[in-house]
Design a protein around this ligand. Structure first.
Ligand code: 8YV
Length: 324
């Protein structure tokens, strides 16, 4: 049987299915304590499956027998796609199965941040609700406002659908290319990022992390936003300059931020973002529901089985780089 290295715990039913096809070596994440054991196991394996661990070329070069990798995520930034392609190794991912759940998470951030839900819930829990809520605790409306989406991919479209159909919001977006379906279905307006930053009430970043998007939103971009703007990041922490965001929040450059991803994860409790009432912080729960994570794992297991049998589908993230 081919050896496969699993580096993230998965539901029992899917582990058993994987074990019917392969000799599975399991790790519960990769860290400084198990790194050497992981790299030793990696040297023997033909398949790799998991998520939330660095798979740069310095790690992958320790896998001389590797034939295919399968990430339990839609994001592929933890892998060196070009390195894998140079060795003609496909990287499979899970596009599509998590769109709706992740869009729900982003809208949860939009609502919690706009209506100050976490801050005010804590006020109740801590016994500080002593009189009826006054102006200094008011939030801001979501319905009818302008939502600017930077990165109108599958998840960005799902967010825009909620905003347009559910909250009667005006949708505008910037993207590498125009998206006719978003314009026809959701009355979305395509524009350059600077115009979007200057005119949006809510700015939502949903781009993948690439060399082009790293540091995309920094001090200058926050300064372009409305002082009343609410900033949402559901992409990757490194797409923004986190220090610039903290400054913008502390100095009233923007109203508030809702964040599901961070430069360093887990976000240290010492971060100023953990102490600000105008920052809502989630522990990277974009796709984190039982139903969707099972669907992602099922997709990733199918992807690996197929790839090791030579069948790489549209779920291959580096197909455009592989030898034709
Ligand atoms: C989680 C994500 O990181 O799919 C992605 O790219 O960021 C999230 O879904 C992933 O699901 C971890 O397993």
């Amino acid at each position: 049987m081919k050896k496969v290295l699993l580096y993230k715990p998965i539901p029992e039913q899917e582990l058993k299915r994987l074990q019917t096809h392969f000799d599975v070596i399991q790790f519960d994440g990769v860290n400084t304590l198990n790194q050497e054991a992981f790299l030793t196991a990696l040297s023997e394996t033909e398949g790799l499956i998991g998520a939330s661990a660095d798979m740069s070329s310095s790690v992958l070069e320790r896998a001389p027998k590797l034939k295919a990798a399968s990430t339990i995520s839609v994001g592929t930034d933890q892998y060196d796609l070009a390195y894998l392609a140079n060795r003609n190794i496909p990287l499979m991912h899970t596009p599509g199965v998590l769109n709706e759940t992740t869009a729900d998470t982003i809208f949860t951030l939009i609502m919690c941040t706009a209506r100050r839900a976490v801050e005010l819930s804590n006020m109740v829990r801590e016994g500080r609700w002593t009189k009826s809520i006054g102006e200094n605790h008011f939030g801001t409306d979501i319905h009818g406002k302008t939502l600017g989406i930077i990165g109108m991919g599958r998840i960005g479209y799902a967010i825009a659908k909620r905003a347009h159909l559910g909250f009667d919001m005006k949708i505008q977006y910037s993207n590498r290319s125009q998206k006719p379906d978003a314009e026809q279905d959701l009355n979305a307006t395509y524009m350059d990022m600077e115009s979007l930053l200057k005119t949006s009430d809510f700015v939502c970043v949903m781009t993948p992390l690439t060399p082009e998007t790293e540091g995309l939103i920094g001090k200058a971009e926050f300064a372009m936003m409305k002082k009343s703007a609410i900033f949402i990041n559901g992409s990757r922490g490194k797409v923004i300059d986190e220090s610039a965001l903290i400054d913008a929040l502390e100095n009233g450059v923007i109203r508030a931020a809702g964040l599901d991803v961070f430069d360093v994860e887990p976000l240290p409790a010492s971060s100023p973002l953990c102490k600000m009432d105008n920052a809502v912080v989630f522990p990277h729960i974009g796709s984190a529901t039982s139903e969707t994570r099972l669907a992602m794992v099922t997709c990733a297991v199918d992807n690996l089985i197929n790839a090791l049998n030579g069948d790489i589908s549209e779920n291959c993230a580096n197909l455009h780089l592989l030898e034709k």
